[in-house]
Design a protein around this ligand. Structure first.
Ligand code: SF4
Ligand code: SF4
Length: 110
């Protein structure tokens, strides 16, 4: 939130994100884009990866974008994330010279 209590920009806490897509589905203007892939979880207990057992997999986040030219700062994504991977992070996004420049990826949202 900003100093006066209004919603500002949003921070992605990448290590908490499971690529569950809930935020993208709940966003009323569809301004969150997520790409991920699935890989075998190397931390799974041995009995879960033994012979005849299907290996346990996990989602790995490849791309997470918020398009600030569409965002309404409503906070639904922050409220709905079940893993506390989104939080308010200070002031609004400053104007940019083009619409493309208002799409922030993982690094800019960190
Ligand atoms: S604050 Fe609202 S409009 Fe902006 S990304 Fe989150 S759900 Fe979408
Ligand atoms: S709801 Fe949270 S955990 Fe799920 S994809 Fe969005 S930020 Fe990641």
């Amino acid at each position: 939130m900003t100093a006066d209590g209004t919603h500002g920009k949003i921070r992605l806490i990448e290590e908490n994100c499971t690529s569950c897509m809930i935020c993208a589905r709940e966003c009323p203007v569809w301004c969150i884009q997520i790409d991920s892939h699935t890989e075998v979880d190397p931390t799974a207990p041995a009995q879960q990866t033994g012979r005849g057992m299907r290996p346990r997999t996990r989602n790995v986040l490849d791309r997470f974008v918020i398009d600030w030219s569409l965002c309404m700062y409503c906070g639904i994504c922050v409220e709905e994330c079940p893993f506390d991977a989104l939080e308010w992070n200070g002031a609004h996004v400053a104007p940019r010279p083009s619409l493309d420049a208002l799409s922030f990826g993982i690094d800019e949202l960190a």
